[in-house]
Design a binder for this molecule. Structure first.
Ligand code: C2E
Ligand code: CA
Ligand code: CA
Length: 772
């Protein structure tokens, strides 16, 4: 763009320079022509003026000769001779004067050039100046002739005379007689003759001026320079001037002629200059055109550039928009990530809290009820640990799906923790509805989950709290739902609980129990009770299950269902387990002398987290007590099937190879996946007492128990039924070849001494009488 502008400027400069050169050429040529013209004109006029001067010279010479001839002429000489002779007028003198006067008059009349009379007046004076005669009637009596006396003998001379009408020439001739000057002849020369002579070749259309310069002033021949008022126009400076002296006189013929160049418009310098200056507007025009052009160019290029800029801007704009979109997307993503759980797509804890807050405000404003539910996956950690995190992720997604399938649009589900969901239900209709809803959720979790070709079950624990019954603010509402949920966990999971004020008391109690349990351990306030395990065929005591008992000074008797989960939470379970193992093994070793019974010891799945330590513990308990390993039975709950790593399996294999018995406890309560049973080296399967106690009432339970027994047989597992309280139950189980049983029907868990007595009695009975 700049280059274009530059080139147009260059073009302009070049144009101006060319034009300038052209003008200079015109001026030079014109000026040269003018000079030539001037020179030729000058030459021409010079010649002309010279010829005038010659003419005038001739004229003057001839007039002088004429006057000389007259002065020496007969009439003149006669008169002066008569005068000198003293002749009177009456006689000869008067006549001779008349003759002379007549001659003079004849000359005035007849002497002509080009029809113009040369002389106008003849005056003859005597030496003193007294007028003798004149051709005009009125003439002065005396003339001042003193000046003329210096004229040399025999000569005439022109004198300029100043008169009212201007300067004219007077020709003066001294008259000699007898070699004395006796008088003077004065002749006025008509100016018109001179003018006629000097204008014969003149052309009148030229501004010019010609004068005959004399000592007294100028005799004007013509003058077209001066206007009527006599003001000489300012032509003299520019005109050509000539000055030619007339021979034998003091006069000079002076001429000014307007030069031809000035005369004609076409040849005038001013015309050329004007012509030259005409080019100025042309240049200006050109410049203007160029400028407009370049302005247009500038405009065009500006427009083009603007368009270009616009395009660039648009491009930038687009990029910006894209960038903004990207950023928005990113922000949206970040906002999403900040508010949502990536795995399940549910809102996260933070948003869950915020939404609860706002829903609570709504509920308060409308006076409606609001329910919140904590839904916690039971043993989710076990899934993660045994099947890996991918399986865990799938369980979480699947769980989300299952819960979402049950909720309304107004309901809010948020992932509140690792395996914990918060469900907010605005506008709760009734407690009944809540109960039904919780059951539905439990139901969808009764279906198995699958991972690869494996199937497993996951139960959930639901804690429920309701506004405004349970709490006024979100904080308390959440805390209460949490308490209710833990209550479910404590009482065996796979259930729901409404929060009740009692739970808080329970919470306080469990906190108090926590510290009491620690003290109980050191103060050895824990005991083991033993419940006999009976061979259902022979009804003989074949084993004992060690069950822990804690009698606290403050709280009195505390059930293991309460303090064992507490110990699992606070870690005391390891010490509790160690105590149980050592004392049970010692006791069992002592009992061997009475009866070769097995001792069944409950081992928490929490203890298996440190399976190496547990193995050492079992070994040392056996070693210290001297109990043969095959007399030790380890009871493990079903949950361990999931909650294990390969080390656990290896450790169990080692125990098994030592001869130790392994029993799966509480079978059927939740995590049963038959494929797992095969993997583990179990000897026995203990049917949970919840099935046993319903055998009389529930047909389904009878079928289930039958199926479990059949299955156990197929897997070469011995079956133990616990919780046998009635004869009916006992018979049912016995009929189905359930090998072992325990329960209140036979004996409650009893202290060591009692059990020893029982063993002894049993032994005696065995030795003495057979049968129960
Ligand atoms: P569990 O292993 O299922 O133990 C059997 C429970 O059933 C015992 O409850 C026992 O008293 C009870 N029981 C036995 N026969 C009957 C009956 O006919 N009817 C009814 N209703 N109940 C019967 P207990 O002693 O209260 O123990 C509860 C749970 O505490 C045990 O369930 C066991 O899981 C745990 N536990 C007890 N002692 C220990 C221990 O030393 N270590 C560990 N890890 N857990 C223990
Ligand atoms: Ca047990
Ligand atoms: Ca049990």
């Amino acid at each position: 763009m700049n280059e274009k502008r530059l080139s147009s400027q260059k073009l302009l400069i070049i144009g101006a320079v060319i034009l300038g050169c052209y003008l200079a050429l015109i001026l030079t040529v014109a000026s040269l022509g003018q000079t030539r013209l001037k020179e030729s004109q000058q030459r021409e006029i010079q010649l002309k003026i010279e010829s005038y001067a010659t003419d005038l010279d001739n004229f003057f010479t001839s007039t002088q000769e004429q006057i000389d001839y007259l002065a020496k002429g007969k009439s003149m000489q006669t008169f002066f001779a008569n005068l000198a002779a003293g002749m009177s007028y009456k006689y000869g003198l008067g006549a001779s004067l008349n003759t002379l006067t007549r001659d003079l008059s004849n000359i005035v009349l007849n002497a002509k050039v080009n029809e113009q009379p040369i002389y106008s007046n003849f005056i003859l004076t005597d030496y003193a100046g007294k007028v003798i005669t004149a051709t005009e009637k009125h003439h002065p009596q005396m003339m001042d002739v003193s000046e003329y006396r210096s004229i040399s003998m025999g000569k005439s001379k022109f004198y300029p005379v100043k008169s009212r009408r201007g300067v004219y020439l007077k020709l003066v001739r001294p008259i000699q007689y007898e070699y004395n000057t006796v008088g003077f002849l004065l002749v006025d020369v008509n100016n018109s003759v001179i003018i006629e002579l000097a204008t014969s070749k003149e052309y009148s259309d030229t501004y010019s001026r010609m004068i005959l310069q004399t000592d007294l002033g100028d005799l004007f021949i013509w003058d077209s320079f001066s206007d009527n008022l006599g003001y000489i126009r300012n032509y003299l400076d520019n005109s050509l001037s000539f000055e030619i002296p007339i021979a034998k006189t003091n006069f000079k013929l002076k001429t000014w002629v307007q030069s031809l160049e000035a005369k004609d418009v076409f040849t005038s310098r001013w015309f050329v200059v004007a012509l030259a200056f005409l080019s100025v507007p042309v240049i200006a025009g050109l410049y203007y055109i160029f400028k407009i052009n370049s302005t247009n160019l500038v405009l065009r290029t500006t427009i083009a550039e603007n368009n270009k800029k616009k395009l660039v801007l648009e491009e930038k704009n687009n990029q910006l928009l894209i960038e903004i979109d990207k950023r928005r997307e990113l922000e949206r993503l970040l906002a999403y990530q900040a508010t949502h759980d990536a795995l399940t797509g549910l809102v996260n804890r933070k948003v869950g809290n915020e939404l609860l807050e706002s829903e609570l405000m709504n509920a308060k404003a409308h006076g409606s009820q609001l329910m919140i539910m904590f839904i916690d996956l039971d043993s989710f950690k076990q899934i993660n640990d045994t099947l890996g995190h991918l399986a865990g992720d799938k369980v979480l997604r699947e769980s989300t799906k299952r819960i979402l399938s049950l909720i309304d649009e107004a309901d809010i589900l948020s992932r509140f923790g690792g395996d914990e969901f918060l469900l907010i239900k605005p506008n709760l209709i009734s407690m009944e509805w809540a109960r039904e809803f919780a059951k539905k959720i439990l139901d969808v979790f009764s279906l198995p989950f699958s991972w690869g070709n494996k199937e497993f079950f996951i139960s959930i624990s639901i804690g429920i709290s309701i506004y405004p019954d349970d709490a006024e603010n979100s904080h308390q509402l959440l805390a209460n739902a949490d308490t209710a949920m833990y209550k479910v966990k404590e009482s065996g999971r796979n259930a729901f609980h409404f929060y009740s004020a009692k739970m808080n008391i329970d919470l306080e109690r469990s906190l108090a129990l926590d510290s009491r349990l620690r003290q109980a351990l050191t103060a050895e306030r824990l005991q083991l009770y033993y419940q006999p395990i009976i061979d259902l065929k022979t009804q003989k005591i074949v084993g004992a299950e060690a069950l822990m008992r804690w009698h606290d000074e403050q709280f009195g008797f505390v059930a293991p269902d309460e303090f064992i989960p507490l110990a699992e939470k606070n870690g005391l379970i390891h010490q509790l387990g160690e105590f149980a193992l050592n004392s049970a093994c010692l006791q069992a070793a002592q009992w061997q002398s009475i009866s070769p019974i097995h001792i069944s010891i409950n081992v928490s799945s929490v203890q298996f987290r440190y399976h190496d330590k547990l193995f050492e513990l079992i070994n040392s308990a056996l070693a210290q007590s001297g109990l043969p390993p095959e007399k030790l039975d380890i009871e493990i709950t079903e949950s361990l099937l999931f909650d294990h790593d390969d080390g656990v399996l290896a450790m169990l294999e080692k125990l098994r190879s030592m001869g130790t018995l392994l029993t799966i406890d509480d079978f059927g309560t939740g995590y049963s996946a038959l494929s797992y049973l095969q993997k583990f080296p179990f000897d026995r399967l203990k049917i949970d007492r919840t099935f046993t106690c319903n055998l009389g009432r529930e047909k389904s339970d009878r079928e289930l128990v039958s199926a479990i027994i059949a299955m156990a047989k197929a897997l070469h597992l011995h079956v133990v039924a616990e919780g046998i309280e009635t004869q009916e139950q006992f018979e049912f189980l016995a009929e189905r070849d359930c090998e072992y049983g325990q329960g209140y029907l036979f004996m409650r868990p009893i202290p060591v001494d009692e059990f020893t007595q029982l063993l002894l009695a049993d032994q005696q009975h065995d030795n003495g009488h057979h049968g129960v």
